[in-house]
Design a protein around this ligand. Structure first.
Ligand SMILES: CC(=O)N[C@H]1[C@@H](OP(=O)(O)OP(=O)(O)OC[C@H]2O[C@@H](n3ccc(=O)[nH]c3=O)[C@H](O)[C@@H]2O)O[C@H](CO)[C@@H](O)[C@@H]1O[C@H](C)C(=O)N[C@@H](C)C(=O)N[C@H](CCC(=O)O)C(=O)O
Ligand SMILES: Nc1ncnc2c1ncn2[C@@H]1O[C@H](COP(=O)(O)OP(=O)(O)OP(=O)(O)O)[C@@H](O)[C@H]1O
Ligand SMILES: N[C@H](CCC[C@H](N)C(=O)O)C(=O)O
Ligand SMILES: [Mg+2]
Length: 492
C-alpha cells in the first residue's frame, strides 16, 4: 500500500520524501524493521522510539512516522511528522488493514475488575447463539476454537488490527475485547470502531502508572469518549463512577443495576456454592456462576446481548448453562471435602468481593462447626505498591488464617513486598498470619492447616501458569499445586 493511502483522512504536520513509497508492514519496534517497513517512533515509559529512528533506517525502513524529524534525514526514506504518533499509528493501522473493526461488531469491556469475565462470557454466549466469534483477553486471544497466546490484556493496536483481520477472514461477526486503562492512555484502541462499550466498575489499581485516582477514572472514561454515535455505552449505575463514564460519550447511553432503576435490572434471590438464583428483568434464572460480582457480570452480558438484538429468553437460557472462565472462582475439592478456590483477585476490591462471597456462602457442617476461611495471597512486583498493605488487611479481616506469599515478584525483592503487605496487618490479626515466601510451600501449609469443609482461597494468579522471578517465568499453576497438595494429604 502506498504511504499516502495509509494516511487517508489523517492530518499531518509535515512530510519529507515520497508519499508514493510502498509500505508492506508497520512496526513501532526498530528491532522488527525491514525493507518495506513504516517505523513508528513512539514515546514510551522507559525510552523514546525517536532514539531508534536511525537504527530503523539502517535496517531498511522505507518510511518513518514521528513527532519530530531527526536532525539528519535519509533522502531515500519518507518521513511523516504528526502531533501524536501513538494515536496516528492506530489510524494508520486501521487504514493499512482495511478497517476490519468496521466490518464486525466489536465490543469493548473496561473497568478495574470483571473485564476478562465479561468478555469471555460474551464470547461463549455468542458462540452458543451460533455466531463465529473472536476474543481478545488477558487469559488468551481466540478465534472460535483457535487459541492465540496473549501477552497483554489489550494488545498494541497493530497486533489488534492483525488479529481482527484474521478473525474477519475466519468469518467472525462478533469480537469481544478487554480495554485496559493502560491501553486507552497509550492509544492502543485508537482507530478502532466499536459497536458497544461496557463499564464494569472502578476501584483502586494501577496508581503506579496513572498517578492519581482521577487520572485513572479519566483513562477509563477516555474509552467512552471515543465511542461513535452508532455504538451503545452500557454502564453499571451501582458504581459511584458509572454515570461519569458516560458524561461525554456520543454513544447511546444504557445502564444496568442490581439496586436501582436501569435499562437492565437484576435482583439476587439466592447465592450459594452451587450458583446464583436471580431475577433478570423479572424472569427467574439459575446461573452456575457464584457471587454478587458475577451477578453484575451476568447482567452486563445479558444487556449487551439484548442491545445487539438477541432474544432475551434465548440469552438467559444459554447464560444459565455457562461455567466460569479459567481461574475465576474455580473450585477444587479434596477427598475429605476441603473446598479450594482459585481466583484471580489481585486488587483490593476483587479480593474483598471474593472473600465476602465466600463468607456469604459458607454454611456450618453437619456437626454445627463453622468452616474456617484460609487465604493464601501475594502482591505482584513492579506493580502498584500501595495496594499491598490494603490487600493484606482485607485478607485478615475476612479470613480465619492468612498466608502471605509471593505473586510474580518480577524484579523486586520478594521479602520486601511481603514486608509491605505485613505493614497492613493490624496487631489483633498478627496471630492469624504467617509469611511463606515460596508459593508452593504456602499452598501446602494452607492445606495442612485445613479441616474438612474449610475453604482455602488461593488468590491473585487465577489462570496464570507461571511465577515470574527476576525476568524468568517458572512453571507454576495454583490449581495444579492445590490438587497436588490435596492428593498428598489423601496419601498420608
Ligand atoms: C508500562 C507499559 O504499559 N508499557 C508498555 C509500553 O512499553 P514502554 O512504554 O515501556 O516502551 P519503551 O520500552 O519505553 O519503548 C518506547 C518505544 O521504543 C521502541 N523501542 C524500544 C527499544 C528498541 O530497541 N527499539 C525500539 O524501537 C519500543 O518498541 C516502543 O515503541 O508499550 C509496549 C508496546 O506496546 C508494551 O509492550 C509495554 O507493556 C509492558 C510489557 C507491560 O507490562 N504493560 C502492562 C503494565 C500493561 O499494559 N498492562 C495492561 C493491563 C493492566 C490491567 O488492567 O491489569 C495491559 O493492557 O496488558
Ligand atoms: N464485576 C466484578 N466486580 C468486582 N470483582 C470482580 C468482578 N468480576 C470478577 N471479579 C473479581 O476480580 C478478579 C479478576 O476478574 P477478571 O479477570 O474478570 O478482571 P479483569 O478486569 O479482566 O482483570 P485484569 O485487569 O487483570 O485484566 C476475579 O478473579 C474476581 O475475583
Ligand atoms: N493485569 C495485571 C495482572 C496482575 C496479576 C498478578 N498475578 C500480578 O502478577 O501482579 C497486571 O499486569 O498488573
Ligand atoms: Mg483481564
Amino acid at each position: 500500500m502506498q504511504l499516502k493511502d495509509l494516511f487517508y483522512k489523517i492530518s499531518l504536520l509535515a512530510t519529507s520524501g515520497s508519499m508514493s513509497t510502498d509500505i508492506t508492514n508497520l512496526t513501532m519496534d526498530s528491532r522488527k524493521v525491514g525493507p518495506g517497513s513504516l517505523f513508528v517512533a513512539v514515546r514510551g515509559t522507559v525510552t523514546d522510539g525517536h532514539n531508534f529512528i536511525a537504527t530503523a533506517v539502517s535496517q531498511g525502513a522505507s518510511a518513518v512516522l514521528c513527532e519530530e524529524f531527526p536532525a539528519e534525514t535519509d533522502p531515500s526514506v519518507a518521513y511523516v511528522r504528526v502531533l501524536d504518533s501513538a494515536r496516528t499509528m492506530g489510524l494508520v493501522a486501521a487504514n493499512f488493514y482495511g478497517q476490519p473493526s468496521q466490518k464486525m461488531k466489536l465490543i469493548g469491556v473496561t473497568g478495574t475488575n470483571g473485564k476478562t469475565s465479561v468478555a469471555t462470557l460474551l464470547f461463549r454466549l455468542f458462540r452458543g447463539l451460533g455466531y463465529r466469534c473472536g476474543l481478545l483477553s488477558t487469559v488468551q486471544n481466540q478465534i472460535d476454537d483457535q487459541v492465540i497466546p496473549a501477552t497483554h490484556t489489550t494488545p498494541d493496536v497493530i497486533t489488534t488490527n492483525q488479529l481482527l483481520t484474521q478473525m474477519l477472514t475466519h468469518g467472525c461477526t462478533h469480537v469481544f475485547m478487554e480495554v485496559s486503562s493502560h491501553a486507552v492512555v497509550q492509544e492502543r484502541i485508537a482507530g478502532l470502531t466499536f459497536a458497544g462499550g461496557i463499564f464494569t466498575n472502578i476501584t483502586h489499581d494501577h496508581l503506579d502508572f496513572h498517578g492519581t485516582f482521577d487520572n485513572y477514572i479519566r483513562a477509563k472514561k477516555g474509552f467512552f469518549d471515543q465511542l461513535p454515535a452508532s455504538a451503545f455505552a452500557l454502564t453499571n449505575v451501582d458504581d459511584k463512577r458509572g454515570l461519569v463514564m458516560l458524561q461525554n460519550t456520543a454513544a447511546r447511553k444504557e445502564t444496568y443495576s442490581l439496586q436501582t432503576l436501569a435499562t437492565f435490572k437484576g435482583k439476587i434471590i439466592a447465592d450459594s456454592l452451587f450458583g446464583l438464583n436471580m431475577l433478570v428483568d423479572d424472569k427467574e434464572v439459575w446461573f452456575k456462576l457464584i457471587g454478587r460480582f458475577n451477578a453484575y457480570n451476568l447482567l452486563s452480558v445479558y444487556g449487551t446481548a439484548v442491545l445487539l438484538g438477541e432474544d432475551p429468553a434465548e440469552v438467559l437460557t444459554l447464560l444459565s448453562g455457562i461455567t466460569p472462565p479459567p481461574g475465576r472462582f474455580e473450585q477444587v475439592v479434596s477427598d475429605d471435602k476441603i473446598v479450594g478456590i482459585v481466583d484471580y483477585a489481585h486488587t483490593p476490591d476483587a479480593l474483598q468481593n471474593v472473600l465476602e462471597t465466600i463468607t456469604e456462602i459458607r454454611h456450618d457442617d453437619e456437626q454445627g462447626r463453622q468452616p474456617q476461611i484460609i487465604t493464601v495471597v501475594g502482591c505482584g512486583g513492579n506493580r502498584d505498591a500501595a495496594k499491598r498493605p490494603i490487600m493484606a488487611d482485607i485478607a485478615c479481616r475476612f479470613s480465619n488464617r492468612v498466608i502471605l506469599t509471593s505473586d510474580n515478584p518480577r524484579n523486586e525483592d520478594p521479602m520486601e513486598i511481603l514486608e509491605q503487605m505485613q505493614a497492613g496487618v493490624s496487631p489483633v490479626d498478627y496471630k492469624k498470619t504467617v509469611t511463606i515466601e515460596d508459593r508452593r510451600d504456602a499452598i501446602k501449609r494452607a492445606v495442612s492447616m485445613a479441616r474438612p469443609h474449610d475453604i482455602i482461597l488461593v488468590a491473585g494468579k487465577g489462570h496464570e501458569t507461571y511465577q515470574e522471578i527476576k525476568g524468568i517465568k517458572y512453571d507454576f499453576d495454583d490449581h495444579a499445586v492445590l490438587q497436588e497438595a490435596f492428593s498428598e494429604r489423601g496419601n498420608q
